[in-house]
Design a protein around this ligand. Structure first.
Ligand code: HEM
Length: 371
């Protein structure tokens, strides 16, 4: 599946990325926009194959074991495995949402510094419309994703909930906070809302959610990690929804571009999408343990026989190469953000009569010319 990714997406993305990043003023605006769309399309195709592959490792199907090897017998079932549609939607929406938050934060930074141009306002406005629509949608998809996980990986959900046992006849509470202790098999300092776990995960007030003690000790994922990574992701998701609602309110009050407290809120939310994505993946991958392919192969059995020296050298190589690639990438992005949209004039003060009768019209026509 990763080979399909390289063949169908990687070259498309990589080729047009060059035109998109370095082609400003070198190719026409039509070709530049086309290249940007091709990069987006390539990225979505990449997402499709990578998540099909990852999801198969979470919820494998469509295979047979022949002489101890996993052999695909039904490619359609392999690709469209049970967790794939949810993961594809959740991750794609996460990417759009994170981009919107990042773009919104860049615009907020400019507005806070007094760079008040039409392009920057448009950037801010579009980013916040996107957040308003997409953040609640993400919570809804996340909820459905969780129900699918409950069906196929119940131990992961029990670990996310920090839920150890089911006293007979008692519905499952929802722990807002707490500290799951894998040794003592309990969650310390739990702040619980009675029956809410049952309501969210089984849509009933009496059914119970599977508990960690129902699984053998060696089959339990680390609850301390996934309990918190999940809450970081979902908590940031709630803040994103709040950001979208505040933006709508300020738009209505005509203070969207001028409320400094809100501009600071939007600025601080800039990295929240990326942090939520990382927290989401930690939940998904730590929650899959102790399996590398769920129920089929343990992570311990997938470790190849390399010595300390080999491992240290490859880890160091990853560290050096990633630091260089990400370092260059980030510094380029920060340069682009600092520069901001270039071809715009500052918006003239709107209130009052222009000093000279024609100056407002002249400024307006200059705007049009620049656009
Ligand atoms: C607001 C409520 C949210 C809920 C209820 C939710 C639910 C979930 C669940 C249950 C998983 C684990 C699924 C599994 O491993 O089987 C997950 C993973 C993930 N989440 Fe969320 N999520 C929420 C918000 C967000 C936000 C705001 C982002 C990012 C902007 C995000 C990004 C991710 C990513 C990247 C993963 C890992 C990939 C995947 O398994 O889909 N989530 N989420």
């Amino acid at each position: 599946m990763l080979t399909y990714e390289v063949l169908t997406a990687f070259f498309l993305e990589a080729g047009f990325l060059g035109v998109m990043l370095f082609g400003w003023n070198k190719v026409g605006p039509g070709l530049h926009f086309f290249s940007t769309c091709m990069v987006a399309l390539g990225t979505i195709i990449s997402t499709f194959w990578i998540l099909a592959s990852n999801s198969w490792m979470q919820t494998p199907q469509g295979y047979e074991i022949v002489n101890g090897q996993v052999v695909p017998v039904d490619w359609f079932a392999v690709i469209f495995n049970p967790s794939f549609p949810y993961r594809l939607l959740h991750m794609s929406v996460a990417a759009f949402l994170s981009s919107a938050l990042f773009i919104g934060a860049s615009a907020a930074w400019h507005l806070l510094r007094g760079n008040n141009t039409r392009a920057i306002r448009a950037m801010f406005s579009m980013a916040l419309w996107m957040t308003l629509i997409v953040a609640p949608l993400q919570a809804l998809i996340g909820d459905m994703h969780g129900l699918n996980t409950l069906k196929h990986q119940p131990a992961k959900i029990a670990a996310i909930e920090g839920h150890w046992e089911n006293p007979p006849g008692e519905p499952t509470p929802l722990l807002l906070f707490g500290w799951p202790d894998m040794e003592q098999e309990r969650t310390h300092y739990g702040l619980a809302i009675p029956a809410l776990g049952s309501l969210i995960l089984t849509h009933s007030l009496d059914k119970q959610v599977p508990a960690l003690k129902e699984f053998a000790k060696e089959d339990r994922p680390n609850s301390t990690i996934v309990f918190w990574s999940f809450r970081i992701m979902a908590g940031l998701g709630m803040l994103m929804i709040l950001l979208g609602i505040c933006a709508l309110w300020l738009r209505y009050r005509q203070r969207l571009y001028t409320s400094r407290a809100f501009l600071r809120f939007a600025l601080w939310m800039g990295p929240s999408g990326l942090i939520a994505i990382l927290a989401g993946w930690v939940t998904t991958e730590v929650g899959r343990q102790p399996w590398v392919v769920y129920g089929l192969q343990r992570t311990a059995d997938a470790v190849s026989a390399h010595g300390d020296l080999h491992m240290s050298i490859s880890l160091l190589a990853f560290f050096v190469v990633y630091s260089a690639v990400f370092g260059v990438g980030y510094s380029y992005m920060i340069r682009l953000i600092r520069k901001g949209p270039q071809d715009e004039m500052p918006i003239p003060p709107t209130s009052g009569t222009p000093a000279r009768p024609l100056s407002a019209a002249v400024l307006d026509s200059q705007h049009e010319a620049h656009r």
